[in-house]
Write a protein that binds this ligand. Sequence first.
Ligand code: ATP
Length: 324
Amino acid sequence: MKKIALITSGGDAPGMNACVRAVVKTCIGKGITPVGYFDGYHGMMNNRFKEMTSDDVVNIIQRGGTILGTARSKEFRTVEGRQKAIQSLKQNDIDGFICIGGDGSFTGASILADEMNIPVIGIPGTIDNDIYGTDRTIGFDTAMNTVVDAIDKIKDTAGSHHRIFLVEVMGRDAGFIALETAIASGAASVLIPEERSNIELLAKDLKSQGKRRSNLIVIVAEGDDAGGAKEIYEKLTPLMEGYTMRYSILGHIQRGGRPSAFDRILATRMGVFAVDSLINGESKKVIGANGDNLHLTSISEAVKTESVANVEHLKIIKALKTVI
Ligand code: ATP
């Protein structure tokens, strides 16, 4: 293996830079030239790349976002679009490909592997944690810490004004961020897509918890079946006479910021492992971390298997409720 192409693709996540750094440095250490394509598949189709040196990755381990840029490209989903990417990869003598992103990015990489006969390895980078085969994706830990920090602040104002707050967090169709941050922030309740929401029951529950406490937090996953925080606020308001409520949508702050130590370490371990996996002849696999162990899952299995939050954790929140 002489030249490995690298992209960051799909939604950005804190820790992607730490991963880029690890891939680049590992390649250089093994006499391989790392080639970074800009803005994911979009840059690959347009032959926008840089042969990376150690200087390119100095001082980036602590930076959020991705120095390579990222994008979503409709054109890459077409045969013609991928032919443009293949032409660039061939022109640059690329003989291995590492893709940091989510399920969609891995599907694209797998198709590329078949059409060009090039080995590919995926690294799970998304704040949503919704990738099968790994306990944690790069960026999830940092996003959780950002949410918990924001909720701590919201609790100050909620307590001062005796308000109930509905806080909407990201996660798309999965409730990982909502469920884990509900535990970490001592939320009164949490609504996640993995469990059907019942607004009447929520109102009853909040009233029973609200007699003594005045800073109740309800975390709402953006993909919840009852809607986002605004919709739930509107449905809940008529049932909560005598209580003051507000809602807050945390939005894109969850995607940014300095990666946590956990994400930097995970990203670094996965980056090194990805290069080693290509050298060992692996292809069409995604890296997963289970505790201290890294392993590979086939891309086809990873993308077809849904990754859902552990609903058992709902019991923890229920067990800790202060019901009067
Ligand atoms: P995130 O979880 O952050 O959304 P993702 O990798 O799932 O990340 P997508 O937008 O689904 O994000 O995919 C990223 C890119 O991968 C797409 O813009 C597209 O270029 C490519 N891609 C996705 N699905 C396919 C597919 N079925 N065939 C070819 N390319 C694909």
